[in-house]
Design a protein around this ligand. Structure first.
Ligand SMILES: *[C@@H]1O[C@H](CO)[C@@H](O)[C@H](O)[C@H]1NC(C)=O
Ligand SMILES: *[C@@H]1O[C@H](CO)[C@@H](O)[C@H](O)[C@H]1NC(C)=O
Ligand SMILES: *[C@@H]1O[C@H](CO)[C@@H](O)[C@H](O)[C@H]1NC(C)=O
Ligand SMILES: *[C@@H]1O[C@H](CO)[C@@H](O)[C@H](O)[C@H]1NC(C)=O
Ligand SMILES: *[C@@H]1O[C@H](CO)[C@@H](O)[C@H](O)[C@H]1NC(C)=O
Length: 604
């Protein structure tokens, strides 16, 4: 099949890419592209009235902007076919995230750090770092999109260059809950219909479905990944001839739609600072998506391990949504910046060492702002710097900062309120849904959550704790209610062995899982009377269970002693106006008896 790709390369890619560059190892003086270091600038094209173009939802882009969609599909395919040794290629940009653990454009790692990629997880830089990362991806993809437009038949050039100017990468909003539907077909279908550069209809391999390595460059990957010549989702095996199972991915996503929605919703409602929103809520939800796409740790596809995830083209759609959810949070909290944090062993990467402090002045390598300086956290807060906004953050369409703030509140209220809100108000609206009106007192209800705290040193590899409700009888199905994901690079194991632990750096990592919507389902099924503690506490005591895995291996309950799992409740008021966010009481009531005596539960 590869010759077909080469053929399409000839048809689609730009004629001249920089000649192959010798690649280099980390920590060695690096080589730089012959046409100069690649700076991250985003895209400078503005609309005639001076505004940035919009990054749109992938289904919206396809349905309503067909010309942009067309040059996007052709441009992405051309980008994927670009010479893999070029720092501006799809392959090299994907390789910034994790493997191959090499310096990109001479952005050197810290000497003494273990080999690792540049991405940051489990820390406050998660959102900030991925913003210029996507801006770089977008600016380089955009060059292919512009190039494709110029290569269309002459009578179509004007139409398609106008579309290419407007092009910005789309996002997949996986946090909408039921109203968002399942996985967009444009992500899972192996081919896509386009108008080619000959002006004719044609079907091409869908560049959102997979990326074909051409090939994996020698020495870049490890283990089974060396031999896989295409990105896989839920592979049928760990063998070289494994194929993707898109239907399993779709099923797994469908199973977590509500959990994802509530995780993001609770982040908007409960998190008091950017670090907490980012780590406890956004990053966890983001991790579920990585797993739902990639598959289980012991038979993973590329989206699962952070070392390979950026090679699957769904990565950009996914992270674009992460960036958007962050941008909406930032717009709702204009004054709040990240709180300084100290790097511990879970956050070490190519350029961060244990004991470093990260704050708003931190550099974000390898994203060069100038020939000698990197973008800093404080400089990437405004997405318009990179030439884009989201449909919800077009602040120039409002007459005042207050009107913009009210619109942001309305976005959060309407798109991202905990699903309990629609359940509790649905019956009243005569929708035929279960009527839960009796559960509301003065428009308030009792909201239930699991809070997890772990000593960070207890988390030695990707850690997943899944919560479920068991049925009354052993034959009854077990209902998944949520999970806590802490993703770690495979190099973390090496890092964890090398670093010296000191007690002053021992920190806690926090997780959160919303229970209310699962409890409402139990009420509707007649298994539970109400959301009041008198009913919920004995119910959860009997039925709430959890399973933990670390690095893909089950962790027995007896070994969870450094992890604390607590169920707590809080009062939530549903405002009259659908444009106002849910109002959470600042007080929470813990019920240690629910989890007491089970691994990770309160000590008895
Ligand atoms: C491509 O296909 C569409 C729908 O099938 C059709 O409307 C359109 O005219 C075709 N375009 C060309 C250039 O053949
Ligand atoms: C990829 O590998 C599979 C399994 O080894 C093989 O059947 C297929 O032809 C290869 N495809 C390409 C594009 O090399
Ligand atoms: C919108 O945001 C940009 C970038 O943050 C800022 O420069 C501009 O002043 C804002 N415009 C309005 C009308 O609020
Ligand atoms: C947005 O919501 C927050 C929290 O509910 C509130 O404090 C703030 O005043 C609202 N902002 C606007 C502009 O309505
Ligand atoms: C829990 O923490 C203690 C103190 O740091 C440590 O000695 C012990 O090995 C840890 N247990 C597990 C299972 O990680």
């Amino acid at each position: 099949m590869w010759f077909l790709h080469v053929l399409s390369l000839l048809l689609l890619s730009t004629a001249t890419f920089a000649a192959s560059l010798p690649w280099h190892d980390p920590h060695l003086p690096g080589l730089v592209a012959q046409d100069g270091k690649t700076l991250v600038k985003g895209i400078d094209w503005r609309t005639p009235d001076g505004h940035v173009p919009i990054r749109r939802e992938v289904r919206d882009l396809k349905a309503n902007y067909p010309d942009i969609w067309n040059v996007y599909m052709l441009g992405l395919r051309s980008f994927q076919l670009s010479e893999e040794t070029d720092p501006k290629s799809y392959y090299q940009i994907a390789g910034i995230h994790g493997r191959p653990y090499k310096a990109w454009e001479d952005a050197q790692g810290k000497s003494g750090n273990p080999p690792a990629g540049y991405c940051t997880h489990n820390g406050a830089l998660f959102g900030s770092w991925h913003r210029p990362y996507l801006a770089l991806y977008e600016q380089e993809l955009h060059k292919h999109v512009e190039d494709i437009a110029l290569r269309m038949p002459s009578q179509l050039i004007q139409q398609y260059t106008a579309a290419a100017d407007q092009f910005r990468i789309p996002y997949w909003d996986w946090a909408l809950g039921d109203s968002g539907g399942s996985v967009p077909e444009v992500i899972t279908s192996p081919t896509v219909d386009v108008i080619g550069i000959d002006g004719q209809n044609q079907s091409i391999p869908n560049p959102l479905h997979h990326f074909d390595f051409h090939p994996v460059l020698p020495g870049d990957f490890a283990d089974k990944w060396v031999n896989l010549n295409t990105t896989l989702r839920w592979p049928t095996s760990n063998a070289v001839d494994a194929v993707s199972q898109e239907t399993v991915f779709i099923q797994n996503y469908n199973d977590i739609i509500t959990m994802l929605h509530n995780q993001v919703s609770d982040g908007y409602s409960i998190a008091s600072d950017l670090n907490s929103f980012s780590k406890t809520y956004l990053e966890t939800a983001h991790g579920w998506v990585h797993n739902a796409v990639g598959g289980p740790d012991n038979q993973a596809g590329h989206m699962n391990p952070i070392d390979y995830s950026a090679f699957d083209p769904i990565f950009a759609l996914h992270h674009c949504n992460v960036d958007r959810l962050l941008a909406i949070w930032e717009a709702a909290h204009p004054g709040l910046d990240i709180v300084p944090e100290t790097i511990d062993s879970n956050m070490i990467n190519f350029w961060l060492s244990q004991g470093d402090t990260i704050d708003t002045n931190s550099d974000l390598p390898p994203f060069w702002k100038t020939e000698t300086t990197f973008w800093k956290v404080s400089e990437v807060r405004d997405t318009q710097i990179f030439g884009y906004a989201y449909p919800e953050t077009m602040n120039w369409t409002f007459s005042s900062a207050d009107a913009y703030g009210a619109s942001i509140n309305s976005t959060i209220a309407r798109l991202y309120s905990n699903s309990a809100r629609s359940s509790l108000t649905a019956g009243a609206a005569g929708t035929g849904a279960a009527n839960f009106n009796h559960l509301l007192k003065d428009n308030s209800y009792t909201d239930w959550n699991v809070e997890i705290r772990a000593a960070r040193s207890a988390l030695k590899a990707t850690f997943i704790m899944r919560f479920s409700l068991v049925g009354t009888f052993s034959s009854d199905p077990v209902t998944q209610v949520g999970a806590w994901h802490v993703l770690m690079s495979e190099s973390h194991r090496v890092a964890a062995r090398k670093v010296k632990r000191t007690n002053t750096l021992e920190k806690q990592q926090e997780g959160h899982v919303s229970l209310t919507s699962a409890l409402l389902t139990e009420i509707a099924a007649g298994h539970l009377e109400s959301l009041e503690a008198v009913d919920v506490v004995p119910f959860l005591k009997e039925k709430l269970t959890w399973k933990a895995t670390m690095g893909g291996t089950a962790v027995p309950h007896g070994e969870l002693q450094n992890i604390t799992i607590t169920v707590s409740s809080t009062q939530v008021r549903i405002p009259e106006s659908a444009d106002q966010p849910l109002e959470y009481s600042a007080e929470t009531t813990p019920y240690p008896e629910v989890t007491a005596g089970k691994g990770g539960g309160a000590k008895v």
